[in-house]
Ligand binder design. Structure first.
Ligand code: MRU
Length: 347
């Protein structure tokens, strides 16, 4: 089977509900959830049943439709109030991935454009915008993959962290897009996937989806990255992002910063795959990016059993910020940029 046929789809609109792959059950079971309410979507985002910046944005856009489709508002002002309430609610699900806010703002802008149309038509426009976001994301990821491939060669060893894969996007992933495209081309990239403590997106999701697609992937624990680099097994690092600040600082899954430091120490290029929906020129530097802290249980009971003493103090930031100076390039759907070039993109 081709890698295309084996691709996992994290979410899709199924006519009257959102069909969501429950990523907390992977890699053991592929279970799909039937989401019919905005509350269900909020919970799914908060509890990582759907995760990864672009997928969070897409889920929120569909969630907004679910939140307003039953609205009984008889005029635009009342409908708009309802849209804002539901969008604010969805925006409270997770703080770091800017795609969540980007997608909600985009759907809200569409609603504004439709002012004057019958409310039922505006509701359909909300759904149409959510569908458009998902369709575009696939094209965007493919373009990011094409651009990343120009930086890699057949046989390159690539280390990635967390899951910026198909499971985090409409298709291909961002950081994983070159792996899928390389396979289409008949290249063999050798991928090393960090397991990504504490929630193990690398072992549960990246290793799973790449193996399923027939891509050469080797799982390592996070603390093995330095050794893998020192042994010359990887020639590039590619990661995704939850938010890129205007100065090129990058927020991504906790541990990314450490990988960037290691890559720098070993003279290995460190690439960030970033759709424009993840670039936040309104946030000046990484210091202003809100970093989510998640429950202590992810660390104390993370592997299905208690692995820390009762009552232990825990610090569990879910993301970190890699400073721009450690980033070789930011690879977007339109091209490859030095981190310091981003601020000029506003033009
Ligand atoms: O907590 P998660 O699983 O949502 O974190 C995901 C990441 O950090 C990804 O690398 C990022 O969202 C990019 S996904 C294309």
């Amino acid at each position: 089977m081709s890698s295309e046929a084996k691709r996992l789809v994290p979410l899709e609109w199924a006519g009257d509900h959102l069909r969501l792959l429950d990523q907390t059950r992977l890699p053991v079971e592929e279970v799909y959830l039937r989401q019919t309410t905005v509350q269900q979507v909020w919970e799914a985002i908060r509890h990582l049943q759907v995760r990864g910046a672009p997928a969070i944005g897409m889920a929120a856009a569909y969630g907004l439709y679910l939140g307003v489709r039953e609205s009984t508002a008889g005029n635009f002002a009342d409908f708009w109030r309802h849209v804002e309430e539901q969008a604010d609610y969805l925006a409270s699900s997770r703080p770091t991935a800017v795609n969540l806010f980007w997608a909600l703002d985009r759907v809200k802008a569409r609603v504004r454009q439709e002012e004057g149309q019958p409310i039922e038509e505006i509701k359909q426009a909300v759904l149409a915008e959510a569908l458009a976001i998902q369709e575009e994301d696939e094209r965007v990821c493919r373009a990011i993959g094409e651009n990343l491939l120009t930086l890699l060669q057949d046989g390159t060893g690539v280390l990635t962290h967390c899951n910026a894969g198909s499971l985090a996007t409409a298709a291909y992933g961002t950081a994983t897009a070159p792996f899928y495209l390389a396979k289409e081309r008949g290249w063999n990239l050798r991928v090393y996937a960090d397991e990504t403590r504490p929630v193990l997106q690398g072992s549960r999701l990246t290793a799973y989806e790449l193996q399923r697609a027939g891509i050469d992937v080797t799982l390592i624990c996070d603390n093995m990255a330095a050794t893998v680099m020192a042994q010359g097994r990887v020639q590039a690092v590619v990661v995704g992002t939850d938010r890129v600040a205007a100065n090129g600082d990058v927020a991504n899954k906790i541990g990314t910063y450490g990988v960037a430091v290691l890559a720098h120490a070993h003279g290995i290029p460190f690439y960030v795959a970033a759709p424009f929906s993840s670039i936040d020129l309104d946030t000046p530097t990484g210091a202003e990016i809100p970093i989510e802290e998640r429950p202590a249980e992810e660390i104390t009971h993370g592997l299905g059993k208690q692995v820390a003493p009762d009552g232990i103090k825990v610090y569990n930031p879910s993301f970190d910020v890699t400073p721009a100076r450690l980033i070789t390039a930011i690879v977007t759907e339109t091209g490859i940029y030095k981190p310091e070039e981003l601020a000029g993109l506003r033009k």
